[in-house]
Design a protein around this ligand. Sequence first.
Ligand code: HEM
Length: 757
Amino acid sequence: MTNNPGPPEGRPQEHTAPVTETVNPGPPQGRGPADGTHGPDDRENRENRENRGNRGNRANRDSKDAALDAFRVPAGEGAVTTDQGVRVDDTDNSLHVGERGPTLLEDFHLREKLTRFDHERIPERVVHARGAGAYGYFEPYESLAEYTCADFLQDPGRRTPVFVRFSTVQGPRGSADTVRDVRGFATKFYTRHGNYDLVGNNMPVFFIQDAVKFPDFVHAVKPEPPNEIPTGASAHDTFWDFCSLQPESTHMLMWVMSDRAIPRSFRMMQGFGVHTFRLVNAEGRGTFVKFHWKPRLGVCSQVWDEAQLTAGRDPDFHRRDLWEAIEAGAYPEWELGLQLIPEEDEFAFPFDLLDPTKLVPEELVPVRPVGRMVLNRNPENFFAETEQIAFHTANVVPGIDFTNDPLLQGRNFSYLDTQLIRLGGPNFSQLPVNRPIAEVRNNQRDGYGQQLIHPGPSYAPNSVGGCPAAMGGGRLPEGVFEHYQERVDGRAVRRRSPSFADHYSQAALFWHSMAAWEQEHITAAFAFELGKVGEQAVRQRMVDNLVHVDPALAAEVARRIGVAEPAPDQGQDQGREQAPQQESGLRASPALSLENLRGEGVATRRVAVLAGPGVVTAQVRAAHAQLAPAGAVVETLAARGGQLPGADGESVPVDRPLPTMASVLYDAVLLPDGAGEALRADPDVLRFVTEALRHGKPLAALGSGTELLRSAATAAGMKEHARLPGVLLHASDGEPDESFWPGFLALIANHRYPDRG
Ligand code: HEM
């Protein structure tokens, strides 16, 4: 009996390719399934790939990349054909009667071309529609066999290919990157034992506790039904109406109102699995686990004004940043960390591990670093790869299992369900980006878009041919998924556990963990968002809820939006009906503050050198020579492109015309000597510097550049420009001493100076 005959002969050998980062540099044997002419043996295809930057970089080949070869279409000059492979004589003119007469229906090329165009769009994701992604690898530091039999977590250094997609939640595909929102952080591990998807966010908690509320939550935050406003924003009535009536969202609101919701870059944000999952080792022992991704570059955010300006200056800011970093070889990297909790400690915490509105403070359970992930290859086709990738929380591999978190349980239904319509039927796992590198064998058949030819019968048991699939019958071989044998006993009830009822303790913990400037940003964010709400009752109810987080926060927000200040003991007590506010024993968790999460160094920080005619070219050159080797991206900006004449008869190249850029697209600014007077008269330059100052960015100025900085500080309402934090001045003529450039590098490495007043 053949339960499922292996891959047909002509199919690529992706199932047997070893999983290491650099394996299989040559083409896999076999023929592409979609089109006989596009196989991996096509020399032109290979050469094209080799010439295409990081996407074709052989050093970053892995088994998933090799498996994709079979589906790559050469970008050659060949003749245009129809989808049937018939060569076309003319693709610029349709077939008509005479030169000015009616078009003929028999023009099958015209009809096919238009039809294919008409059907190019698919539905966007119902949430997380806007995103960007990249390939890379994961490698563990150590064997985790003590906790899990997951194959990809056994051997230190063994690389498993991954694809990661980052996203916003609320906005449609075309919305801006830098809106205030949660960011998705979804990772597909192509392991030897099947695909494992860790579908997380950049915040460790969620808005709701039970999946049955997800449609309500999403309906509330999405643009409002009558006019589809606002795009990519939660600052509107229905979102705050819902949240004010649903106090379990309070903890998540604190995160979303913090600067975590406006990250500087995908490369500089943390990722979290959110739910408590379960690791299972070879003996079947379970350990609760929380997943963390920690970015090597540190966690950095924008400030709100900057994020709004960026949305206009470059709506693709995050997408571009990820793409350019990978193209430049500055591969983004995260460390995977685990919080491991023995099963016997399930009830050792003052919150419920199954409650997705709670985190486990790192001070109670430290995060153990267990491996690293590097993204080193951009996709070749956004639609084929980033749009068609399908993540699913239920895609787990042996050694990783679920818990009874009621949000997770609902997610385990929803992803496959939505992908059936988004990707047009049940065969989307055969799409190149979704295919496992592990072997696929089963009796699942047919359906829209079937790509495979399965010979033989498709039922089990059968007695008419082929070998039986390896399942059942005693001890399971390695690599077989066996569900964790949790004992479950109880009545079917539609009720929330009382252990989920404390909605404020961790919201308060988050608040008390923030630096003063973070608290001010959160306060301002609440005031902005609630200030956009038209319904006075909604504003009031939300402020009343905030009393339980911090009375001073509630009072300040109330003042700013013009509602009654709640008394400290006033407000809704919905969240506490069943359970008293619990004490975690912690008043603050330093691990939550951005203040403590800065990275080291200046790698990939973007520095603008503002120059004009008469600039001291030696300083412009020094900026490039001193900052670039440390990893910074230095660009010279001037009013016009081309060469810029300096004071010394020399000239320097202009990297970008200033009117095409803005300070929000840079992390730091240098004002060299020589052109200060002229630049001060240029309103674009003055705005550039003023914004950089207001957004807390590091600035350095030399000679006449210091006068420009003084004018900008005055325009920004800041006094004593020479004493501003994060500002480095060398006011006199001549070259600065040798401490200048290291000093500027140190300022840039600190990233941000939010206390400029
Ligand atoms: C009951 C709660 C939830 C439901 C029903 C749900 C449902 C969905 C759906 C239907 C999609 C679109 C998937 C697609 O079209 O491929 C999606 C995407 C996504 N969800 Fe959820 N979600 C829930 C909660 C969460 C939570 C708690 C997280 C974070 C831990 C999360 C993270 C994501 C991410 C990252 C994506 C984008 C995946 C991608 O890049 O393709 N979701 N979700």
